[in-house]
Design a protein around this ligand. Sequence first.
Ligand code: NAD
Length: 484
Amino acid sequence: MPASQTHQHLIAGTSRDASDGALFDKFEPSSGALLAKVAAGTARDVDAAVSAARAQFDGGEWSRMPGAARGRLLHRLADLLERDAERFVELLAREQGRPVMEMRMLDLPMSIDTLRYFAGWADKLEGRQIPTGGFMGRPTLNYTVRSPLGVAALIIPWNAPLMIACWKLAPALAAGCTVVLKPSEDAPLAVGALARLTLEAGFPPGVVNLVHGMGPAVGAALVDHPGVDKVSFTGSTSVGRQIAQAAGPQFKRLTLELGGKAPQILLEDAVLEQAIGGLVMGLFVDQGQTCAAGSRILVHRRHYEDVVGALADAARSLKVGDPFDPGTQMGALISARHADRVRSHIDTALTEGAKMVAGSEALPAGGYFVRPTIFADVRPSMRIARDEVFGPVGAVIPFDTDDEAVALANDTAYGLSASLWTQNVAKAHQIAGRLRVGAVAVNGWSPLDARLPWGGFKDSGVGRDLSRSALDGYLEEKVVTVVM
Ligand code: NAD
């Protein structure tokens, strides 16, 4: 397949330019050079993609395909992704600027595993038989049927594009939905290549469609389109709020995976040597550009100075640079605009009086690099302790009691994830129960796994990706009552 095709839309199994021929530029984060020109989709392109998905859902080959066959296709897609893993690692490193090491360890294995996990569910969409007292003196047989919701719009962010596309694509296809993928304009290439692999795997044309382009043009047109039954979105809380407002009046089903400001809590009895590596990973993986980034590090006062020193040392020692160098531990941020946004968070923290203990060292030239940065003397009211930075910046805050730690952890609009470091098992369970978040990791950082639900409380979103819960998000439940 020519590389340029991945820059076109995929509609009804064919690669197409935008209806008006428009293109947008995608730059390579680690060098700032032009990487690709990509189709800038229009509302007409969205309409064509939704029509193709509708036709397959309403009466195409897909609508008659048994679950076991859908599962076989998903396994075949996983096989192809395994075969092409290095091609995807390269595409992701080029378009995201992230180190190849991370892609090999996390994104590719997790994407493949997610496809296989949901492949296994495709022929297990069972209903229930429910006994009742009958109807007007006559016995009844009551059973439920679970059927696919219809056409799903899958709107993907740039920070882990392949992995998050698989998180949404796999349960949607296992459930029997058809889809229109909308990749982020900042990371369109790997998702474009994944969509093409579905054709090679044997999915009928029109089951998986893809429209490239800008959020306000393509994403918003998908959310508004009457032919779309479900929107699954991962991205910022502000765009998630706009989508909820637009989709609400049409009663579209919604899954929204939004922002975070995750606390990493280190209790008095934690073993520092074990915890520091986990705190560093939780903070800096993907250059801190993850919704689960543990950017608020809450530390018992007894350990405060030691933890600040250890985190500062770790931040200073990280090798920042070329994503293709196997020794690189931190790459570039996604775009010049985003790197500027992260630097402005750093400036605000300094203005508000936080103390930078790591972050002023030199950076590689060119590219959108930001130095791993640690702030001490952070007060909970400061912006650096409250706003989602989505970059390699941590704020370390002391506490004196467990109750204070829980109060600080919950003192945020977000509620995606948290980590907790302690040797006391009973305390770990108690505190995990009090944290208002969708995922708590004890003595580790949010281990992502296809079998575990992923999603947030509060402003971190609605619904769940991954696990059986995600599957339910692509199914309707119907009850049939037979009066006998
Ligand atoms: P973003 O909200 O800017 O964009 C996400 C996607 O939405 C992109 O494809 C974009 O084109 C599209 N979009 C933009 N405006 C739109 C509109 N009006 N209507 C419909 N679609 C629109 O987010 P981003 O910058 O790509 O990603 C970063 C954000 O994603 C962070 O806030 C992060 O926390 C969040 N995120 C959350 C999770 C999670 O699982 N909770 C995972 C990854 C990222």
